[in-house]
Write a protein that binds this ligand. Structure first.
Ligand code: MN
Length: 210
């Protein structure tokens, strides 16, 4: 789970499935209190490597702001857990498609049983709820008060001030594609230049004649 200070502070909950990170933005962050149901908006899958990103997303990029790795660890399905990773993944994907994912987390902050349940809150197709199950790790203490990165031990504010890790997003690659398009445009304009040159030459010729 990453903590992300973008236009609105939120947490990004990510679960590895199919080599990608299934992702949910959790505005209030997770809770270890089973009485809390935390809204989790499903967003697009993220590349697997993104899970360890901590640093600055520059202005002008999607999610511009500061990111820390707030928690990390492994997880497995609560029911029918297997030692076979592929079996677990099949199980988890089935749950994901059914809109109810029950897992056991082995994070540094988030531990024990959790449920992610698809809801139709506000009529939104992508809204889920992240809920802690009652178990030995359930507590009324606010886990988000543990505000430091599990990697650097820095808070968002400290990373914002000190980090030299700058995220380069996929969207930048898309804009690279755009600049290739602009190359085509540039090529065209060099044609125009040639045309202008020809004209100029013609002009000079005319001038020369005169
Ligand atoms: Mn985010």
């Amino acid at each position: 789970m990453q903590k992300h200070d973008a236009s609105h502070l939120h947490y990004d909950f990510r679960l590895e499935m199919e080599g990608l990170l299934k992702s949910w933005a959790v505005p209030k962050g997770p809770s270890l209190n089973p009485a809390d149901k935390r809204l989790a908006m499903m967003v697009e899958d993220h590349p697997f490597d993104y899970r360890t990103f901590e640093g600055i997303i520059p202005e002008g990029n999607y999610g511009a702001g500061t990111v820390i790795v707030w928690d990390e660890g492994t997880y497995e399905p609560l029911e029918n857990a297997s030692v076979n990773k592929k079996e677990n993944e099949k199980n988890l994907l089935k749950q994901l498609h059914a809109g109810s994912v029950k897992i056991v987390m082995h994070g540094k902050k988030l531990k024990g049983e959790f449920a992610l349940v698809k809801t139709h809150y506000g009529g939104a197709e992508n809204s889920w709820l992240l809920i802690k199950h009652k178990d030995e790790y359930a507590t009324e203490e606010d886990v988000t008060e543990k505000d430091k990165s599990v990697v650097s031990k820095k808070t968002i504010a400290q990373v914002e001030k000190t980090s030299d890790k700058i995220w380069k997003s996929n969207r930048e690659q898309k804009s690279k594609a755009k600049s290739e398009n602009s190359k085509t445009v540039t090529a065209k304009s060099s044609n125009t230049k040639t045309a202008t040159k020809k004209k100029t030459n013609q002009h000079s010729k005319t001038l020369a004649k005169k």
